[in-house]
Design a protein around this ligand. Structure first.
Ligand code: PSU
Ligand code: MN
Length: 336
């Protein structure tokens, strides 16, 4: 009996050595893990509209310096619309909500190694004090922890073609099922299987709606994917109401609002979609797997289209959504 009485004390010592001073530490987030910029802190306090932005698109989605220029441009667009941008990323093992231009430059230039960080990667990035670009899933997770319910991005991850063999299904989809953040996106790139992606989102309990005149869920570079959107929204007011009702019901799930490319700008889109087929074949031949698939295919498609896909991506990331832009503060929803 005395042995068992002594045991917890010994464990306590070990926990101290490991930097975990009590069992409660297992449930408590260390303050040093997340730093919120002054601007975002003020906006949260004053209930001003804030838009979360991801950083994998910067670190793994586009080449330098176009990635930095695009990140800054998107932030400017958000500001022009009257909201505060909160780009989320990880520097030396610390999550930053609201990266300043120097921090954006550090991540964009890849002067230091930088890990693509989705939900599963945080513990490793923290423990090794690494830099990280947060994916849609990683960014949603952080946004929800700090109380930012709206997140705007270009393309989200999805179910990869051939997932029945590889099981390659982006953590973005499960995150949408478990984290109450509204993601406004240009849709799902057809490097993915859009039909399976929509099925999987239904399984995860994610409300999916397309904002605009069409009835299809959009591919990234064209408004047409061949798949109907579960729901259609005609106005931003309808979108804002959907978001508000989703969060008020508190089911715990997020939602996905797709904003299709205007039909007038889709000509290049079709050529890009064709290049995707070749890029996927090459990825398979070169045995590219797991987290490397998306970055590889994106850069390959850019090569095959002589840069047209990159230009179109910048347009899709920055421009398209913001025409019908929705923003919010934790308590109110504002149409911009
Ligand atoms: N789509 C793009 N560019 C990107 C991504 C998606 O056009 O950079 C990034 C996003 O951050 C998304 C991630 O969350 O890729 C998905 O990666 P994966 O398929 O490995 O889950
Ligand atoms: Mn994957």
């Amino acid at each position: 009996a005395s042995f068992f009485h002594r045991l917890p004390a010994q464990w306590g010592m070990k926990r101290q050595v490991a930097g975990l001073d009590s069992r409660r530490a297992f449930h408590r987030m260390d303050d040093s893990m997340i730093e919120i910029s002054n601007e975002v802190t003020q906006a949260l306090k004053n209930n001003e509209p804030i838009v979360a932005l991801e950083s994998t698109i910067i670190t793994h989605g586009m080449p330098y310096p176009v990635n930095l220029e695009t990140a800054l441009k998107v932030e400017r667009t958000v500001r022009e619309k009257g909201a505060v941008p909160a780009t989320i990323g990880i520097i030396k093992g610390r999550v930053h909500v609201g990266l300043n231009p120097d921090q954006l430059e550090l991540l964009a230039s890849l002067k230091e190694p930088c890990l693509k960080t989705s939900r599963r990667d945080f513990p490793y990035v923290f423990s090794k004090k690494l830099n990280g670009g947060t994916t849609v899933s990683g960014t949603m997770l952080v946004a929800s922890k700090v109380g930012i319910p709206i997140f705007v991005t270009g393309g989200i991850g999805g179910v990869h073609r051939g997932a029945q063999e590889t099981f390659d299904i982006s953590a973005d989809l499960t995150e949408l099922g478990r984290t109450p953040v509204a993601v406004v996106s240009s849709g799902v790139k057809s490097i993915l299987d859009i039909g399976k992606t929509l099925e999987y989102l239904e399984t995860q309990g994610v409300c999916v709606a397309t904002l605009g005149p069409g009835t299809e869920f959009p591919a990234f570079f064209t408004p047409f994917s061949g798949f109907q959107s579960p729901y259609r929204l005609e106005t931003t007011a309808e979108a804002a109401r959907l978001i508000q009702q989703c969060l008020a019901f508190n089911s715990g799930s997020g939602l996905l609002i797709a904003v299709p490319i205007p039909e007038s700008s889709q000509a290049d889109g079709e050529a890009i979609e064709r290049a995707i087929g070749s890029a996927l074949t090459l990825a398979d031949q070169r045995n590219i797997r797991g987290r490397d698939v998306t970055p590889f295919v994106l850069s390959q498609v850019n090569l095959l289209t002589s840069g047209a896909s990159l230009t179109a991506t910048i347009d899709r990331v920055d421009f398209a959504h913001f025409d019908h832009f929705i923003s919010s503060s934790p308590k109110s929803f504002i149409l911009l």
